[in-house]
Design a protein. Structure first.
Length: 71
């Protein structure tokens, strides 16, 4: 069970990671369209950021459902 003080922080972190990852996907697509090679850190942010954000949000949803069922 996630303590209530950390839920809001994890939600904000997941949102920020998702936005940054979507921006990185856009950068990778733009650079690839210009026949270039994006930096490795941008590519890895695009590849690993969105799954990380979705896993964080899924954990928060499951925790919320578990908390409601226990009440």
């Amino acid at each position: 069970m996630i303590p209530p003080g950390y839920r809001r922080a994890l939600t904000i972190v997941a949102g920020v990671v998702a936005v940054l990852s979507l921006a990185a996907v856009g950068v990778v697509m733009a650079v690839a369209f210009a026949n270039g090679v994006p930096p490795a850190w941008v590519t890895s942010t695009a590849l690993y950021g969105l799954p990380l954000a979705f896993i964080l949000m899924a954990a928060l949803i499951v925790d919320s459902m578990w908390t409601r069922r226990r009440q």
